[in-house]
Design a binder for this molecule. Structure first.
Ligand SMILES: [Cu+2]
Length: 289
């Protein structure tokens, strides 16, 4: 009987060792890029001037929850070991109606929420801060299921016109942005609520029908990124992606002029002020079949 128990313990130990080995293998399989991403708690490398606000909030929230988590797991571990069956006769001291203790675990969560709220408001003020004079303006229309980008470059002598690019679910639009230049985004929707999201900028903002939203951002890193819709907006929501190209000012001007070469791209595409988001059923079908 005793030998059997020892055998089971030994196989259990091998099982744990095997599991640890598999875990190590899985970890070593990660690229250095992925490993580095863990130092940012999963966030991509920051590519905008607003990223630090959200990045710090994100890391701070993780650190705070890990501190709380380790404390709680420690307490759980401690009671499991301290009050295991061996000490069954020894009932732990009961602490019901312990007023100081109950006050403590009512107040501590409020304190945690208060601290998180304070830093959230600070981060929000940081990412929504407006530039006095943004270098460029892009008016964005979200529509089912793609994006239209209007480059408001009428006052820019290098372009001299408003130029747009309209995307469709099958033709993913490109958004060109000049590096280290502030850009104002004005967001409107042609139908339902969308959300304009460039993950590498650590920023997203809802695109709401009849409620224009705007924000300013300065891209800080050259490169190609993926933009997405972050609000489930219907059947082809997942197709609402766009390619973000952060380029030099010269390349930006060249790209906008390239669009301008096609007269179809000149002018601004706007969304209706009060979009009709309720699908109407033709009267003939209402009582039919
Ligand atoms: Cu959408």
């Amino acid at each position: 009987m005793k030998g059997h128990t020892v055998g089971r313990n030994r196989s259990g130990r091998w099982f744990v060792l095997g599991l640890a080995g598999a875990g190590l293998l899985a970890l070593s399989g990660c690229s250095s890029e992925t490993a580095e991403q863990w130092t940012r708690w999963g966030l991509p490398e920051a590519a905008s001037d607003r990223a630090p606000f959200i990045g710090n909030l994100w890391s701070g929230a993780w650190i705070a929850s890990m501190v709380v988590g380790v404390f709680v797991w420690g307490l759980i571990g401690w009671v499991i070991i301290r009050y295991r069956r061996k000490h069954a006769d020894e009932a732990p001291r009961q602490s019901r109606y312990n007023l100081p203790l109950e006050l403590l675990y009512t107040l501590v969560p409020f304190l945690i929420i208060g601290v998180l709220f304070f830093f959230t408001v600070q981060a929000q003020n940081g990412v929504l801060r407006k530039e006095a004079n943004p270098d460029h303006t892009v008016n964005v229309v979200g529509q089912k299921w793609s994006w239209t980008f209007n480059y408001m470059e009428a006052d820019n002598p290098a372009v001299g016109a408003i130029v747009h690019e309209k995307g469709t679910p099958t033709e993913i639009p490109d958004l060109y942005l000049p590096v280290d230049r502030s850009v104002r985004f004005n967001l409107v929707s042609a139908d339902v609520i969308h959300s304009f999201w460039i993950p590498d900028f650590y920023f997203k903002l809802d695109v709401i029908p009849g409620h224009p939203n705007s924000f300013d951002v300065t891209p800080t890193k050259l490169g190609d990124f993926t933009g997405r819709c972050a609000e489930l907006c219907g059947t082809y929501h997942a197709a609402m992606i766009f390619n973000v190209h952060v380029v030099t000012e010269e390349e930006f001007v060249a790209k906008v002029n390239e669009l301008k070469a096609d007269p179809q791209n000149i002018g601004e595409i706007t969304a209706p002020v009060y979009p009709n988001t309720v699908p109407t059923v033709p009267a003939t079908q209402e009582h039919g079949s």
